[in-house]
Design a protein around this ligand. Structure first.
Ligand SMILES: [Zn+2]
Length: 563
C-alpha cells in the first residue's frame, strides 16, 4: 500500500510528455506508482482535475544567510519551489573566520541588499569551514531540498583576509584556495561559483573579492572540479570575461559552465543574443556551456543612500566609497554629476542602468508637498522643470535626506526580446536571486510567472515545455539526481496548480526578517499544494509550513550529484 495516493490529476511529468489524466502513488518519499489507477494509499488526495507537476528547481538563489535562521526558505516553497541551489555568484558565508564575520555581512548588505540588522540578529555562526556549515544545515533540517555552491568570494576572504578585494593572489594563496574548494567538494558542494561583474561591490565600495582574480586563479579553481570529475562552475559574468575563455575552462576540465546573468538591455539590444549564440556554438563543439536567462523584467526599488542600479557606473565610485556623512556633498557636486553624465553617454554592455530616464520612476516620497511626483518618471519630471534628469533626481533625493524611493525597470523589459531569450537553444531559465536583493525586488516566484505569463498569456511555449524548463532541465544540468520529473522511483517533489490561474502576485513589503527588518515578497496564485519528498509543505490556500513543527522539514541537504 502507498503512503499517499493523489487521484484525479492531470499529470505533467516534467520531461515534456503531453499532459494526461492519472494518479500518482508515494511511498517512503518517492513516487511508487504512476498511471490511470495506482491502487490505494494510507492517505488519499483528490486533485480535482488540476495539473500535477514536479516541484520547481530554482538554481539561482542566495539563501546562504537566511538558511541559518529560517529552515522554510520563505517564500520559495509557497511559490512552487521544492529544490533550491544557493551560493550563486560566489557570495557564500562559509568558510568564514570569526574575525571576518563583520566584513562578510557588510558585503552582503551592499551586494545582495540584505539587512545588516537582520543578519546580526539572525545568522547562527556555529561553523568556520564549509563542511561545518553543511553539517550545521543537515542537523537543523530544511523545508525544501537544498544544494550549495562553494563561493569564491568567501574562499578568497578566508585566504587573503583584508587584501581579498584589493590584489591578485600569489601562487601559494591560489594553492590554499584550491585546497578549500577541494574540501568543500568532498563535503557535498554542488560546484564552484564566482562573479566578475562590475555590479558586484562590497561593503566599502570595493569590488567583491572574486573580481580581483586573474585568469590563472580562475583556471586553477575550476580545475579542482575537473580533477574531482564532478561539480558545475557558475559565474555571473562581467564584460571583461569572454565566452571563449569560459569555453577553454569547460574544454580543459570537461565540467559544465553556467553563465549568468544574460539579461536583455535595450541600449545594446543584440549583445545578449551574440553571447547566447557564442554559447550555442561552444555547445555544438561539445563543451557544456549554458546561458542563464530570466523570465522576469528586472525591476529594482532603491534610495540614493544605496542605489544599487547606479553603482556599476564607473564615475559613481566617489559616491560608492564615500562615508555616509560625505555622500550628500558628493551627490550635490556638479563635477561628480558631469562625470556620471559623461559615463552614461558611452555605451557599456553590462551596466544595469543605461540612462533610460523614462524607465526610472518616483515610487514613494517623504515630504507631503512632493507627493505629486509619485508614479511619474524622472525624464518627464525633469523636462517639466527644464533640468537634466540626473540633476532632478539627485536634487529631490537630497531635499528628502536620501529617503525618496525610486523604482527602475532596468533590463528584460522588452517582451519580444525576452521571448527570444527564453526559447534560445542555449538558455537555461533561472535568476530568481531568491534570498537576496530583499529591499529591491522579489523574483522567487519566477516559475509561476513563466507558467502564467509566458505559457498561458503569451503562448511562447507549451505548458509541458514550460514545466520541463523549470524542473528536469535544471535538475539534469546540475546533476541533481531523481528530481525534477514524475517517474516511478523519483523523489516525490510535487506541485499541484491550476493552469488557468497560475501566476505570481505583485510584490509587497513585509517586516518579518530578524530584528523586524523589511523585505519584498510575493504570493502564489493558483497553487493548490506543494510536496517535498512526499510530505505536504504548502496547503490548498498557498500557506507554507514554517518548518517549526515535528516532521515539517522534509527537505534534504543534497550532497551527492551525478557526474
Ligand atoms: Zn546572484
Amino acid at each position: 500500500m502507498h503512503d499517499l495516493v493523489i487521484t484525479n490529476a492531470r499529470i505533467c511529468d516534467g520531461l515534456g510528455s503531453a499532459l494526461r489524466p492519472g494518479s500518482l502513488g508515494v511511498k517512503d518519499g518517492r513516487i511508487s506508482a504512476l498511471g490511470e489507477d495506482v491502487g490505494s494509499g494510507r492517505e488519499s488526495f483528490d486533485a480535482g482535475g488540476l495539473v500535477l507537476a514536479p516541484g520547481i528547481v530554482d538554481t539561482h538563489t542566495h539563501y546562504d544567510a537566511q538558511i541559518t535562521w529560517d529552515p522554510s526558505l520563505n517564500p520559495s516553497p509557497a511559490l512552487g519551489v521544492t529544490t533550491v541551489v544557493m551560493g550563486n555568484c560566489g557570495f557564500a558565508i562559509a568558510p568564514c573566520r570569526a574575525a571576518d564575520r563583520d566584513l562578510t555581512m557588510r558585503n552582503l548588505v551592499r551586494v545582495e541588499g540584505m539587512s545588516l540588522d537582520a543578519m546580526h540578529a539572525g545568522i547562527q555562526w556555529r561553523f568556520e569551514s564549509f563542511p561545518e556549515y553543511m553539517d550545521m544545515i543537515a542537523e537543523s533540517g530544511v523545508v525544501p531540498n537544498l544544494a550549495a555552491f562553494v563561493g569564491h568570494s568567501a574562499v578568497r576572504t578566508y585566504v587573503l583576509g583584508d587584501d581579498a578585494p584589493r590584489r591578485q593572489a600569489t601562487v601559494d594563496e591560489i594553492a590554499q584556495m584550491c585546497a578549500i574548494v577541494r574540501e568543500a567538494m568532498d563535503a557535498g558542494a554542488i560546484g564552484f561559483a564566482t562573479s566578475t561583474s562590475p555590479s558586484h561591490n562590497g561593503a566599502s565600495g570595493e569590488p567583491m573579492p572574486s573580481r580581483l582574480a586573474n585568469d590563472e586563479e580562475l583556471r586553477a579553481l575550476v580545475g579542482v572540479l575537473g580533477e574531482a570529475e564532478r561539480g558545475i562552475f557558475m559565474l555571473t559574468k562581467g564584460g571583461g570575461t569572454s565566452i571563449p575563455f569560459l569555453e577553454s575552462l569547460a574544454a580543459e576540465t570537461s565540467r559544465p559552465v553556467m553563465i549568468a546573468a544574460l539579461l536583455h538591455n535595450s541600449t545594446n539590444p543584440d549583445g545578449v543574443f551574440q553571447e547566447l549564440d557564442q554559447i550555442r556554438d561552444a555547445r555544438e563543439r561539445g563543451h557544456k556551456l549554458y546561458g542563464q536567462v530570466s523570465c522576469c523584467p528586472l525591476t529594482m526599488e532603491f534610495t540614493l543612500a544605496a542605489p544599487y542600479p547606479l553603482e556599476g557606473i564607473a564615475a559613481w565610485s566617489p559616491a560608492l566609497t564615500a562615508a555616509p556623512g560625505d555622500l550628500p556633498g558628493i551627490l550635490a557636486d556638479t563635477g561628480f554629476r558631469d562625470s556620471v553624465e559623461g559615463d552614461l553617454s558611452e555605451p557599456a554592455p553590462v551596466r544595469l542602468f543605461n540612462g533610460e530616464w523614462h524607465k526610472l520612476r518616483v515610487l514613494e516620497v517623504v515630504k507631503p508637498e512632493n507627493r505629486c511626483f509619485e508614479g511619474h518618471d524622472v525624464a518627464e519630471l525633469a523636462a517639466a522643470e527644464g533640468k537634466r534628469p540626473l540633476d532632478w533626481m539627485l536634487d529631490l533625493a537630497l531635499e528628502e535626506n536620501l529617503r525618496t524611493t525610486f523604482v527602475a525597470v532596468l533590463l528584460n523589459s522588452d517582451d519580444s526580446a525576452v521571448a527570444k531569450l527564453l526559447t534560445h537553444p542555449a538558455s537555461a531559465i533561472a535568476l530568481s536571486d531568491a534570498g537576496a536583493h530583499l529591499s529591491f525586488f522579489c523574483d522567487a516566484g519566477f516559475g509561476l510567472h513563466l507558467l502564467g505569463y509566458w505559457v498561458r498569456e503569451r503562448q511562447v511555449m507549451s505548458l509541458e515545455e514550460g514545466v520541463r524548463r523549470l524542473t528536469s532541465e535544471p535538475a539534469d544540468i546540475y546533476g541533481i539526481r531523481d528530481r525534477g520529473r514524475l517517474s516511478v522511483g523519483a523523489h516525490a517533489d510535487l506541485l499541484l496548480f491550476d493552469p488557468q490561474r497560475v501566476a505570481r502576485g505583485s510584490s509587497r513589503r513585509v517586516f518579518d526578517l530578524p530584528a523586524g527588518a523589511p523585505r519584498l515578497t510575493s504570493d502564489a496564485i493558483g497553487v493548490h499544494g506543494v510536496w517535498v519528498n512526499g510530505t505536504r509543505v504548502v496547503d490548498d490556500n498557498g500557506v507554507s509550513s514554517d518548518g517549526a513543527g515535528p516532521g515539517q522539514r522534509p527537505g534534504q541537504l543534497l550532497r551527492e550529484f551525478a557526474s
